[in-house]
Design a binder for this molecule. Structure first.
Ligand code: HEC
Length: 149
């Protein structure tokens, strides 16, 4: 392939990816859904995109799945189910609590999965979000993830 055409292709690919991303964003149903909690789902969605969450998690596919990390496509439903499991030993009582706990204290309950644990038994998920996120940011993320049913 000539160098010029190759650049053309790369440009087209970048354009296509940008189009898919913005298109997907505009059609997100959470934009039109009222949520009864202190956070803001739209702000949470922005945060989710800017933080490294998406480099590990796939939010478009259902739980569990994901070779590196559990998928979060229906995390609200799954979170409500997980807190009632007999082997759940974290402190959360409901879906919101479970999602919050998962973000600030990943080791509280480690989802059984192919590669979700490090060799030392700790969660592969970074344990620093509890320090780096403000309480308001955390609530925005929780409310956003609660829209994933
Ligand atoms: C380096 C990869 C990585 C990054 C970055 C990451 N996570 Fe995770 N996350 C994981 C893994 C692995 C698990 C499963 C192990 C566990 O339960 O701790 C997990 C679990 C979770 C769970 C519980 C999922 C379930 O199925 O019960 C939630 C919710 C979650 N992450 C949200 C987030 C959010 C929000 C961010 C960004 C602020 C984030 N994660 C960033 C790897 C990551």
């Amino acid at each position: 392939m000539e160098p010029r055409r190759r650049i053309g292709f790369a440009g087209l690919a970048v354009f296509a990816i940008a189009f898919v991303l913005t298109g997907a964003q505009v059609s997100e149903p959470w934009r039109h859904r009222a949520v009864a909690a202190s956070g803001n789902a739209a702000r949470g969605a922005k945060l989710y995109e800017t933080l490294p969450c998406a480099s590990c998690h796939d939010i478009s596919r259902p739980w569990p799945g994901g070779a590196i990390c559990p998928n979060l496509g229906n995390i609200a439903t799954e979170a409500a189910r997980i807190v009632r499991r007999p082997d759940y030993h974290g402190r959360a009582k409901d879906a919101a609590g479970y999602i919050r706990e998962s973000i600030v204290d990943p080791n509280a309950y480690i989802v059984p999965g192919p590669a979700y644990r490090q060799a030392d038994g700790q969660s592969v998920m970074p344990k620093t979000f509890g320090q780096t996120l403000t309480p308001a940011q955390l609530e925005d993320l929780v409310v956003f993830l609660l829209t994933r049913r």
